[in-house]
Design a protein around this ligand. Structure first.
Ligand code: CP
Length: 317
């Protein structure tokens, strides 16, 4: 694996789970692998889980870690080529990236979709520039269209809790006051195809995710129908994925909130969310605090997914 930008780069579900299992059982066995090697984590957007879990994973592997919050303390970066830089941005990404590459061995990048220009977002311009110009292995810490470390942790969590060979997993859209990217749901959909689960997506009309990510998933606009018989319910909000309303919020229907009544339609399903979550918008207090909520084990598995990926990048280097 040269770079890590999609769950599909892990090969197969079996290989991904073997790597995760190894890391869980031997968290400190590979300290020599990372000795005197430096991870640079570059954040264009806020983070709690990704920041802490990836740093912890790197420390478990004996690495040194540098964290750069681009919007706090660094020069403001221009990301578009060809612009006359007469505004408030002092440095271009095309110089900044190779400079960052001089100071580290591996680079993690978090860069969300801007949600105004779909072509630019789905072209993954920022992440791809890091891959092209840093000269170092690059991994996504959530980019414009995917969040593969989250998806990997989600799959590990499902594998640890499933009681059926092929569980029914339902990803349901839920309301949110702000426009959110499609990276987590796109990536989760890609991951469900990778894992081979029975996968259903429920969302309001106008919110269908791109086919390149949803693959063979069943897509319905009827949430109750989708939830019937579910073993896992994965709630997430996303903004309009394409068309003239790309990146906008067209639906605020609170009947899509995941409540105990909604969960009663399932086969005693586990509840999942990547966090951070807006309580009583996405999910009721009762469900997220309930005995079938997996949000904390899911977050804990972020260390495992990050460590398994970092280990593979170190081994390749
Ligand atoms: N789930 C997730 O990526 O959380 P953060 O945005 O806090 O990193």
């Amino acid at each position: 694996m040269e770079h890590f930008t999609s769950i599909k780069q892990l090969g197969s579900l079996h290989e991904a789970m073997e790597a995760a299992k190894y890391v869980k059982e031997h968290p400190f066995a590979d300290q020599e692998l990372g000795h005197n090697r430096t991870l640079l984590m570059v954040f264009f957007n806020n983070s709690l889980r990704t920041r802490l879990s990836t740093q912890k994973a790197a420390m478990n592997l004996g690495m040194n870690v540098i964290v750069l919050d681009v919007n706090q303390g660094a020069w403001k970066l221009e990301t578009e080529r060809g612009v006359v830089m007469d505004g408030d941005k002092s440095e271009h990404l095309l110089e900044a990236i190779p400079v960052m590459g001089c100071y580290c061995d591996i680079i993690g990048v978090r860069s969300f979709a801007g949600l105004t220009d779909r072509e630019r977002d789905y072209g993954e311009e920022v992440l791809n520039q890091f891959i092209r110009y840093s000269g170092k292995p690059v991994f996504s810490m959530e980019a414009a269209t995917r969040h593969p470390l989250q998806t990997y942790a989600d799959i590990i969590t499902i594998e640890e809790h499933r009681t059926k060979a092929r569980p029914k997993v339902v990803m349901t859209w839920a309301p949110h006051p702000k426009a959110l990217p499609q990276a987590v749901p796109n990536s989760f959909a890609e991951g469900m195809e990778f894992a081979g689960y029975d996968f259903v997506i429920a969302n309001p009309e106008g919110y269908d995710l791109p086919k390149e990510f949803t693959g063979n998933a069943v897509v319905t606009h009827d949430q109750d129908e989708a939830l019937r018989g579910a073993d896992f319910v994965y709630a997430k909000n996303w903004s309009v994925p394409d068309g003239p309303d790309y990146g906008k919020v067209l639906c605020r229907d609170r009947s899509w909130t995941v409540t105990a009544e909604k969960m009663a339609l399932t086969d005693n399903a586990f509840f999942m969310h990547c966090l951070p979550v807006r309580r009583n918008m996405i999910v009721s207090d009762e469900v997220i605090e309930g005995p079938r909520s997996l949000v904390i084990p899911e977050a804990a598995n972020r260390v495992v997914s990050a460590q398994a990926v970092l280990k593979q990048l170190l081994e390749r280097d």
